[in-house]
Design a protein around this ligand. Structure first.
Ligand code: DC
Length: 233
């Protein structure tokens, strides 16, 4: 009899900005033949729509209505997710600083989060995904097969983010300040604050190379696949 094909896992990678989640999630997904979904890009797309319509980031009712009237799609590609807002490609625009700040602000609202979490569950329900964000292991997929919380020293995260954003022309000071404020807001909001799930594996990437972090996460995945195939045989 032929070997049963391995079960398709749900892998949650959470952590603060600049910890290296996107790179690790997309490389891991590629290695496993899974899809990689950047949940933050959905908050960014909604925030962009709020900016374009000159809406207040503090008005939960208006933002909830906006979400319900929006079509936000993520299309995994080799270079990260392509982001479509109402069928328009906003992939580059949502990475700009004003959208980062707005995304962090719109994401504090429970009704906005509820809408996002429902969409994210639909996207991942069949497994075979690596989803990255802030609340994937705590809220979106509390039963995820693997939960990794990727952290790094704030100074290192700032340096990494500044390097990325320099390419887009942002200043070092404004980038570091934006990251610090976003961190504070993401960690202290009342609803689904950024924190590791009780059963998450915490990896601190401060003194590890990207290869080393990827190697560790891959080892965790292999262990899981092995134990679940043993349990099935
Ligand atoms: O991952 P990112 O930097 O693209 O996320 C942008 C903002 O979206 C982040 O500051 C907080 C919010 N976010 C969230 O609240 N929950 C998620 N699962 C992902 C992002």
């Amino acid at each position: 009899m032929s070997e049963p094909s391995p079960r398709k896992l749900i892998i949650a990678i959470d952590g603060p900005a600049g910890a290296g989640k996107s790179t690790i999630a997309s490389r891991l997904a590629r290695k496993l033949g899974y899809i990689n979904l950047e949940s933050g890009a959905m908050y960014r797309a909604l925030a962009l729509k709020a900016i374009e319509n000159d809406l207040s980031f503090d008005d939960e009712t208006v933002l909830d209505r906006l979400a319900h009237n929006s079509r936000i799609q993520l299309e995994p590609t080799l270079g990260g997710n392509r982001v479509l807002l109402d069928s328009r490609d906003v992939t580059q625009r949502v990475r700009e600083t004003d959208v980062s700040e707005a995304a962090s602000r719109v994401s504090v609202h429970p009704k906005v989060r509820e809408w996002m979490v429902a969409r994210q569950r639909e996207l991942g329900e069949n497994g075979g995904i690596v989803m990255e964000g802030r609340d994937i292991g705590t809220k979106v997929f509390p039963d995820a097969d693997i939960k990794v919380f990727l952290d790094a020293d704030p100074v290192i995260r700032e340096q990494r983010r500044v390097q990325q954003q320099h390419l887009r022309g942002a200043s070092t000071e404004s980038m570091a300040a934006e990251l610090r404020e976003r961190d504070r807001r993401d960690r202290t909001r009342a609803n689904s604050p950024l924190q590791p799930a009780a059963d998450a594996i915490i990896l601190d990437s401060t003194s590890f190379s990207e290869e080393e972090v990827l190697g560790r996460v891959q080892a965790i995945v292999e262990e899981k696949l092995k134990s679940s195939s043993e349990a099935r045989s």
